[in-house]
Design a protein around this ligand. Structure first.
Ligand code: GLU
Length: 304
């Protein structure tokens, strides 16, 4: 499989020239746009990889999946659904239009910024430091390695994240958020800046493909029902407002982040992690998307 993946990376390399690295978080603009990597983890833990598969990038919105899973494990779907919808993303990941104005201004779904912030309020912990420890430990457990944050990216987003600040204060004004906004934002920014590589992402995806069971010892890390809920929402909302097109072209539940990563899940088969910091206008990795199209075609993975 490694040589097939190497060939796919070569075939997709030119796509990295067509995108642009995210620069609205200044530190992210330092990323190398020509990077492109992929990792596949099978359910027995076997890994295959090619390209820049072990280069670190920040997890950004892919963390919204682990946050959501932890919140589900802590409070259950019935509790979350009153505060967060499962409607498709319509206008970018950080738009004020991500709030459902006809429905108490609830965030449309948990995989856009507003929804992720509300999700964090459901995670147990006596304060946000304790919540952060729980989140990073949960991620580390699923990704098979102890993770840490990229301090420069965290500080950069903390200094410049005014759109998220605006979204959070708006939600506080409507009563969707009741917490201290600055402390919640700090938690949100810190989680987005956790550093990962494609292997971490593919391992996490493989745990979801394995219905929440650890790949080594089959211990249950996430309830199967919560995996199902998260994957269903990923399939509908995981690729920002390009989720419909992604369903047609790739056909797998997936989540992308502006750090250039995308995780994709082939249930019962494998987890896939790709990275390529050059993004399209909607915030999805251009090379990463192309790689996923080829992988899905080659191994006939589309769920549709
Ligand atoms: N930290 C980023 C933000 O809030 C995450 C966005 C993303 O990856 O979609 O803007």
């Amino acid at each position: 499989m490694n040589s097939a993946l190497q060939q796919m990376v070569r075939d997709c390399q030119s796509w990295t020239d067509k995108g642009k690295v995210a620069d609205y978080i200044p530190e992210l603009s330092k990323a190398n746009p020509s990077q492109l990597g992929v990792s596949i983890t099978q359910l027995d833990g076997t890994e295959f990889y090619a390209g820049n598969s072990r280069d670190l990038f920040t997890i950004q919105s892919i963390s919204k999946v682990s946050n959501f899973l932890l919140a589900l494990e802590d409070k259950g779907y019935e509790a979350l659904k009153h505060q967060i919808g499962v409607l498709p993303t319509i206008r970018g990941f950080n738009s004020i239009l991500e709030l459902d104005i006809e429905n108490e201004h609830k965030p449309l779904n948990p995989f856009i910024n507003a929804g992720a912030m509300v999700t964090l309020t459901f995670i147990k912990g006596k304060n946000n430091d304790e919540k952060f420890s729980r989140v990073i430990n949960f991620m580390s457990q699923m990704m098979g390695e102890e993770l840490s944050i990229n301090e420069a990216v965290y500080q950069s987003e903390r200094e410049t994240g005014n759109r998220n600040r605006a979204l959070a204060y708006y939600m506080k004004s409507t009563g969707i958020l009741t917490e201290d906004v600055e402390s919640l934002l700090d938690l949100y920014f810190k989680i987005c800046s956790v550093q990962v590589h494609c292997g971490h992402i593919s391992r996490f995806a493989a745990v979801l493909a394995n219905q929440g069971r650890d790949l080594n010892n089959e211990m249950s890390l996430i309830k199967p029902y919560h995996c199902r809920v998260a994957k269903a929402i990923m399939a509908n909302c995981g690729m920002y407002d390009a989720s419909g097109e992604f369903a047609v072209k790739v056909g797998l539940p997936a989540k992308s982040g502006v750090g250039g990563g995308i995780m994709a899940i082939a249930s019962g088969k494998m987890g896939i992690g790709v990275m390529g910091p050059a993004l399209d206008t909607r915030g999805n990795s251009m090379g990463g998307w192309q790689l996923l199209e080829r992988i899905s075609d080659h191994y006939q993975l589309s769920i549709y």
